[in-house]
Design a protein around this ligand. Structure first.
Ligand code: HEM
Length: 513
């Protein structure tokens, strides 16, 4: 039998044949009441089952939601996906207008106290990231560990972010910034261009070089950078559940395979070079140095590759968002850019060629204030999905049921007018001596990097990277921003971006220096 004829054979179970089969079955079960199985009764039965399932779905939804604000009913079947498929800032802001809100089967918590309570209750809730993350990062990735094993694993990685290690990375970073600046200056197009994706590229190449140094060839680095966009696109709160060929998650998994192959080869090359006595010049080397000194345990090449993948995963979109907003905000606030330049000129004392150092960064309070204000004003990670492991009594009236996605959201904490006066204004001066937030009195609200056991491990690297990019760009480059009606609108692609993709034009400051 050919394939096509077997397909044609399928509709053989017509209602009358089904009727006969069901009739036979019913006859063999004497205790069953005799039912007249017509097409009409079958249709009615199917309808009854569907309606029962829909009512059960609504009942389950309402029993979870209880008295929380939110829609009284949810869209059947696709309700749990509908709100997440095309997230908008407006929809999120609506859900942040009450301390606890229920959106589909998700509970969103948007006060500082609730957010901290969730992040610090590791026995009741654990990070679940987005649903596709386990498929993309692989289930054995350390980021999915929790409790004691997670703490132990994390301790071994802290050695990668000590000041000594950061100083090594900074030397590498400076050269990459300058190479990218040259490319931007070489663009002869007289018009403003969207720079968001170019900033992404700068971040990815910086991360790969900081992590892997020269163990990754230029072509491989570019291949990972290009393919990584497929991973970002799959980071939706809710995805199509099966990674069939052609779906976003399937594409992301293929991109991960390419990245892990190159990262594992880099780990092997670093081990070999360091054992032959090379001086450490990237994160892998700094790590292998600690392994050789037996300060941390051995890690396999694949394990190291998966850790690097977790770093890229955690950093790429957030860093790209912050760098994009930094360039946009500095162009829109020339008085701030002028102050950054004054500070850079003082610290560098005419030396525009030496790479940025930690010692210089420590003498740049204003540049560091700009970094903090960019992170506060446009926090790249506005929420982190957690999953309740047990019923979670979030307050006296409401216990979040076990197995619920519970999302602490950070926007309100970072835009709280009681803590950050004029929160909707970009004011780096608030972090300077005499400013409202000088001295860290806002530490409870500072949730840019989360809190608790899973707090961002890379935060010191973030401050350093951002201030170094801002300081070096302000010194070497001038740029203008073409403001459009969408410049101040926020688009959510895993993190926040200006909707018009940040249209800029660069020129050199050489004549001014
Ligand atoms: C602007 C940039 C960044 C922001 C805003 C950011 C923010 C965050 C947030 C909010 C979390 C979740 C914390 C929690 O659950 O309490 C997190 C976790 C994490 N971040 Fe970052 N991050 C950034 C950059 C980076 C970088 C550059 C790296 C690595 C080099 C990194 C590595 C990680 C890792 C590995 C975790 C998970 C830690 C764990 O589970 O123990 N992040 N980050």
């Amino acid at each position: 039998m050919s394939h096509s004829s077997s397909y044609v054979a399928a509709p053989a179970s017509t209602p009358s044949q089904l009727h006969a089969a069901i009739g036979k079955l019913a006859a063999s079960l004497p205790e069953l009441p005799q039912v007249e199985w017509t097409a009409k009764t079958i249709a009615t039965s199917v309808l009854a089952v569907v309606v029962t399932l829909l009512i059960a779905e609504q009942a389950l939804w309402r029993s979870r939601k209880q008295q929380l604000p939110g829609h009284a009913w949810q869209i059947p079947v696709i309700g749990q996906f509908a709100e997440s498929l095309n997230p908008t800032m407006e929809a999120y802001k609506r859900s942040w207008s009450t301390p606890l809100a229920s959106v589909s089967f998700i509970v969103i918590a948007s006060t500082t106290d609730y957010a901290r309570k969730i992040l610090n209750s590791s026995t009741l809730a654990e990070p679940c990231l987005v649903r596709s993350a386990k498929q993309i990062l692989l289930p054995e990735n350390w980021v999915f560990l929790n409790g004691k094993v997670h703490n132990e694993y994390r301790k071994g990685l802290n050695v990668l972010f000590t000041p000594k290690a950061l100083e090594i990375y900074l030397r590498m970073q400076d050269q990459i910034y300058r190479d990218f600046f040259k490319q931007w200056l070489a663009d002869k197009n007289p018009n403003h261009q969207p720079y968001q994706m170019k900033f992404r590229d700068l971040n990815m190449i910086t991360s790969l070089r900081v992590f892997c140094g020269s163990y990754i060839a230029d072509a491989a680095a570019q291949e990972i950078s290009d393919k990584y966009w497929l991973i970002t696109q799959a980071l939706e709160l809710v995805n199509f559940p099966f990674a069939f060929p052609g779906t976003k998650v399937w594409n992301a998994c293929r991109a991960r395979e390419v990245a892990v192959k190159h990262l594992a080869a880099a780990a092997a090359a670093s081990k070999k070079a360091m054992r032959e006595g090379k001086e450490a010049d990237c994160l892998l080397d700094a790590w292998v140095e600690k392994i050789i000194a037996k300060e941390v345990r051995e890690y396999t090449d694949k394990e190291m590759a998966l850790v690097l993948l977790s770093f890229i995963f955690a950093s790429q979109d957030a860093m790209s968002s912050s760098i994009t907003f930094a360039f946009q905000l500095l162009a829109d606030h020339p008085e701030v850019l002028a102050k950054v330049r004054e500070e850079q000129a003082r610290v560098r004392a005419g030396d525009h060629d030496s790479p940025m150092s930690l010692a210089w960064l420590e003498q740049m309070p204003y540049t560091n204030a700009v970094t903090k204000e960019v992170l506060r004003y446009r926090p790249p990670v506005i929420m982190v999905p957690y999953l309740t492991k047990k019923p979670f009594p979030i307050n006296d009236e409401y216990t979040v049921p076990k197995g619920t996605m519970l999302i602490p959201s950070f926007w309100n904490s970072l835009h709280d007018p009681e803590v950050y006066p004029d929160p909707e204004d970009f004011i780096p001066e608030r972090w300077m001596p005499g400013g409202a937030n000088h001295g860290g009195g806002d530490s409870k609200n500072w949730l840019v990097f989360g809190a608790g056991a899973h707090k961002c491990i890379g935060q010191n690297y973030v401050y350093m990277h951002m201030s170094a990019v801002i300081g070096t760009a302000a010194t070497l480059l001038s740029w203008s921003h073409e403001r459009t009606p969408e410049s101040d609108e926020i688009q959510i692609i895993a993190t926040l971006f200006p909707k018009d993709q940040c249209r800029l034009k660069f020129w050199s400051r050489e004549q001014e220096l």
